[in-house]
Design a protein around this ligand. Structure first.
Ligand SMILES: [Zn+2]
Length: 103
């Protein structure tokens, strides 16, 4: 069985496992201890692997993995409470009058 995710970052592996288990997808980690030896043995031999307990969960797990990897959506546009200017989401303050974003 191929792993769902291969990574030297155990935090990442654990986080994703939590995300999947909340959704009812059971998984297990291979090489968890070995990954601590990274740098001493080749990456391909020591990276931790996240595996599914049930292969039937793969399509759902991969969909969740994709959502998890995607950067957060851009902030929504907002209207300045002071002058009414419509501003794009990435701005934290009004470019026109300098008022800070309230919401
Ligand atoms: Zn303004």
């Amino acid at each position: 069985m191929r792993p769902l995710l291969v990574s030297l970052n155990l935090l990442e592996i654990h986080h994703l496992r939590n995300v999947l288990e909340v959704e009812g997808i059971r998984c297990w980690i291979k090489n968890e201890l070995l990954s601590r030896l990274a740098g001493e043995i080749p990456f391909t031999e020591c990276a931790a692997e996240l595996h599914l307990v049930h292969e039937r969960d793969r399509p759902r797990a991969e969909a969740l993995l994709e959502v998890w990897r995607r950067p957060p959506p851009p902030a929504s546009a907002w209207t300045c409470a002071a002058c009414g200017e419509l501003l794009e989401g990435q701005f934290g303050a009004c470019w026109k009058c300098g008022a800070a974003r309230k919401d």
